[in-house]
Design a protein around this ligand. Structure first.
Ligand code: PAF
Length: 288
């Protein structure tokens, strides 16, 4: 008979359940999410199951990482579907707190990340974002104290901010990046793709295509400035308004002027109508 999925709503219950897992010597992987789960999240849950004995998934739409004018209120919430998907994946535990559990009355302590959080990419357009992410991720990690925590590479800058956070706070947790899952036409899966109109959905794969073409041109030793200018034009021609399309050092996110300064990560954020999409791609290292 299928075992019902265990859901806890408080930090106390989360800790007690994880202590039970630990008493049976189980390793723990945590997959933090904001729900509205898609195959990208499910691939992270599967990775967690491969890397640890017990998988814990948190579902919490974190108000602190949304600006007042952003989509916190209308962010997709698909609880029943999410729970069914996690049960099918044999997830051991779901942590789904109310806002007041993680931000109690009088909450007054926030983390202000620097380094990769101030790279001039997402932070330039969403200045509140990484403070909110770092604060909630630190809270989740400290509450669960997993061996491993898994985050999608689609939010590449976020992944680097979290790696830095864990190092700086000396948390004994390994951060693992999960590869980006894409639709057949290359569009990176995202909970926000549901906002796209049919026409926007048709145009959206140009982001990934441009990343691929630019990466290939860089491997072919083309001029970085020309390749990036060409890529920008292609994205704009498809109807996007670009926030950034940049080549950065893959580990530090420092801007680079020549492919020799790599390893390179190409990163893009652009708006199609009212929907903002982000994506990124590593440029394979040359073998010379
Ligand atoms: O990537 C996300 O879904 C969120 O930013 C995270 C890491 C769960 C924090 O709320």
């Amino acid at each position: 008979m299928a075992v019902p999925l265990r859901v806890v709503r408080t930090v106390k219950a989360l800790r007690a359940t994880i202590a039970g897992f630990r008493s049976r010597k189980s390793s723990i992987a945590l997959v933090p999410t904001m729900g509205a789960l898609h195959d990208g999240h499910i691939s992270l849950v599967r990775l967690a199951r491969r890397l640890a004995r017990r998988t814990v998934v948190s579902i919490f739409v974190n108000p602190a990482q949304f600006a007042p004018y952003e989509d916190f209120g209308r962010y997709p919430r698909t609880w029943k579907v999410d729970i069914a998907a996690l049960a099918a994946e044999k997830t051991d535990l779901v942590f789904a707190p109310e806002v007041a559990e993680l931000y109690p009355e009088g909450f007054a302590t926030r983390i202000a990340p620097e380094g990769p959080a101030l790279a001039g990419l997402e932070d330039k357009f969403r200045p509140h974002f990484f403070g909110g992410v770092a604060t909630i991720v630190a809270k989740l990690l400290i509450a669960a104290l997993p061996d491993i925590a898994i985050f999608g590479e689609k939010d590449y800058q976020q992944l680097l901010v979290i790696r830095r956070l864990v190092r700086d706070l000396a948390l004994p947790i390994k951060i693992v990046g999960g590869r980006t899952v894409r639709e057949k036409d290359g569009l990176a899966l995202s909970s926000r793709n549901v906002y796209l109109t049919p026409d926007e959905r048709k145009a959206a794969p140009i982001l990934h295509r441009t990343l691929q073409e630019s990466a290939a041109a860089l491997v072919g030793r083309g001029s970085l400035a020309e390749i990036m200018a060409h890529g920008k034009m292609a994205i704009e021609r498809a109807g996007f308004k670009i926030d950034y399309f940049e080549a950065r050092h893959a580990e530090t996110l420092v801007p680079i002027a020549s492919p020799k300064e790599g390893p390179i990560r190409l990163l893009v954020a652009a708006k199609l109508g009212t929907t903002r999409l982000i994506d990124n791609l590593g440029v394979p290292l040359k073998r010379s």
